[in-house]
Design a binder for this molecule. Structure first.
Ligand SMILES: [Zn+2]
Length: 306
């Protein structure tokens, strides 16, 4: 197998097969057909990003840790799609939808930080959260290694550094909060990201992590009738390296001295279709009522592990 057969959360050896190759293949085919039906055509090269092409969306199987419930994607093909093939017109088109999706989270997150708080976002993508954060009175900085996405985010007025978390060191003040909205599940070493966050954050700093909910995927993926909520939440074929359950995420956070203070059931931010046709809008409105496909946890940096 291509990945070490050890759980990166709890260290248990011997992960078992939860979803075999043939089932992932079937889910990937289902995803393609689902998108083609809604687009009305085969997606063109650039349109396909975030719809049918993902960094970890190819053939593979899903393993599971019997001890903590973590899912681990074991991939047959390690040559992933280039993650930064974005079209400027498409980004402009999607951007306002992402901003609106973040703005809807205002009541959950704005009260957690003071005005002018220094905020770091890891994987700032199009910069939509940077804009929302500024509207909420914070001073956000984004980290993103993508050339096209970070250039786009800067054109929207965002402050973005093309650095990995490992290479980042704050020049003026330590961040009072770190947000990882959509990439924690794609990191090879999520524990290393938490260690670095612990080191960077100010005293009692806030960490917010958002991940697909592995428990939801596990309960739904074998039911044919559930293809729609899975597809709209980008869970078909489970195109992520790690799948956290609420318990495995909490366990990992606590082990790195982060005390969870809020957990929110959530959904995908917005379907990344270039155009929201009436059908897509209606279906999305319907499946959005199913809260639980994604998971958001806010926690506070503490001095001791709990
Ligand atoms: Zn485990």
């Amino acid at each position: 197998m291509s990945r070490e057969n050890t759980c990166p959360v709890c260290g248990t050896r011997g992960l078992s097969v939860e979803v075999p190759y043939r089932s992932i293949l079937r889910e990937n085919e289902l995803r393609e057909a689902f998108v083609v039906q809604r687009l009305g055509h085969q997606p063109e090269e650039l349109e396909a990003m975030d719809l049918t092409r993902f960094m970890h969306g190819g053939p593979g199987r899903i393993l599971r840790c019997r001890e903590c419930g973590l899912l681990v994607r074991d991939e047959a093909d390690q040559s992933h799609y280039e993650a930064d093939m974005y079209d400027s017109a498409l980004m402009s088109h999607l951007y306002p939808r992402y901003v609106r999706a973040f703005e809807q989270k205002r009541d959950q997150y704005q009260p957690l930080l003071r005005n002018r708080a220094a905020v770091l976002e890891i994987g700032s993508h199009l910069g939509a959260f940077l804009q929302a954060g500024e509207e909420w009175g914070w001073s956000p900085i984004g980290l993103d290694i993508g050339a096209a996405t970070s250039a786009f985010a800067r054109r929207q007025g965002g402050t973005v550094k093309r650095l990995t978390l490992d290479d980042y060191s704050p020049k003026l003040r330590r961040p009072e909060a770190i947000f990882i909205w959509n990439c924690f599940e794609q990191l090879d070493d999520p524990a290393a990201a938490l260690r670095k966050s612990q080191e960077l954050l100010d005293r009692h700093g806030l960490l917010v992590v958002r991940v697909p909910n592995a428990e939801y995927y596990r309960a739904m993926h074998s039911k044919n009738s559930q293809a729609k909520p899975l597809a709209y939440n980008n869970l078909l074929g489970f195109p992520y390296l790690h799948g956290f359950t609420p318990q495995s995420l909490s366990r990992l956070l606590r082990a790195h001295r982060f005390q969870p203070i809020q957990t929110h059931n959530s959904t995908l931010l917005t379907p990344p279709y270039p155009d929201m046709s009436r059908r897509v809008n209606d279906e999305w409105r319907q499946v959005r009522r199913t809260e639980g496909p994604w998971l958001e946890v806010a926690c506070i940096k503490t001095e001791t592990s709990s």
